[in-house]
Structure formats: C-alpha cells, structure tokens
Design a protein. Sequence first.
Length: 227
Amino acid sequence: MVTIVLWDLDGTIQDSETLGLAGTRHGFEQVLGRIPTEEEYAQLMGRPVPVVYREWFEEELVQQILAAGNEYYLEREDEIICYSGVPEMLAVLKQRGYRMGIVTSKPLVYALGELKAKGLDGLFEVMVAQEDTDRHKPHPDPLLEAVRRLNAAPEECVYIGDQPSDIRAAHAAQMRSIAALWGEGTLERVAPTDPTRVAYEPMDIVKLMDELSNCLETSDTLVVKKL
C-alpha cells in the first residue's frame, strides 16, 4: 500500500525553472561571454547544476559561474511561486494522512527557505537535498535516503516529478512514480520513461493517490493512465 508521497520541488511544486535558467544564462554571460546552448540547457534539467558544470569546466570556472548565477537567482528568489492548485492539493493529502517528503537536486538552504516563504515547510517530514547524497537523480540514492529517514520501504512510496530523471530515479529505487505535467513536464519527454501514472492538474494527484493506496499489485503491473 502506498502511504508516502515524495516530491520533486522545482518544476513540480514551484515554478522556479524559469528563474533557474535565467540565473544560468547570467552566469554564462558574466564569466564565459556567451549564453548556454539548447543542448547545455537540456543537460541541466533535473540534475544538480554544480555536478553538471564540473563535467564541462575546470573548478575555477565552475565557482565563478555558480557565484554569478546564484547571486542573480537569490536577488529574485521572492518571485518564485507555487503552481496554481498545488498548496490546496498538498493540504488535502496531509488531511488524508499521507506522509510527505521532498527530494530535490537543489541545495538545502535554498529549498528550505523557499518552502518556508510559502508556509509549506511544515507539510513535509523529510527533505533530501543536493548535499545529502554523493549521487543524484536519476540514481536512486536521494529517494532511498528519504525512505531511510522515514523508516519506510520503497513499495510504500510514490515519487512525483516533472522530468525523466525523476521517473528513472523512482524506477531505480523500485517505487511507483507519477509524472507531473502541470508545470515544466511534458508527456512527450516523460512517456518513454514509463511513469506509473500521469497527472495533468495538481488535484489529479488526490485521485491517483487514493487509487495507488488501494492497489495491491506490484508496480510492474501498473501502467500509465492518462486522465
């Protein structure tokens, strides 16, 4: 039975991807004198920015680009809002007794501050962030760390995110997944990763969780359901 809901943060709960990409662009312009290519932007989606930068640049450049991008981001952090309907949906899940946690590739100080600013931090029992594991999504390590902190089992959990890396991480952790398509996620991108379910609007999650919490089959027998 699924009783625990683990959440991706950016692009799923809050609309922060646009600002994050703008910060990346600013860092590139300030340090490299150019903007990122479309391929570079694509590689950054759903992965920790410092990890990706270190695959591309020497450490001195990494630190310079991060510093410029982070300054830009933090100056505008209060512009980040939740997707419409998400706070209400989270409140319903909490009222129905679902345990919840955050698993994000963002540094903890940013993730916690952004949730506190929206009054949402009290909804989540655990928060696994960038610095909590050596490997990141699509590896299962961050999701399994959340499971460990909750003293739970993967089969009790579902992971909800908007990117293919989120769904792949859920598969690797042997837990169910829901692709969130009300923000940055698109069916075209996530369908090849075979999410357990697909949600087009935040309140779809309530119906899907009720369904999954009463489902006795293994995750392998579940298929994507388009509402």
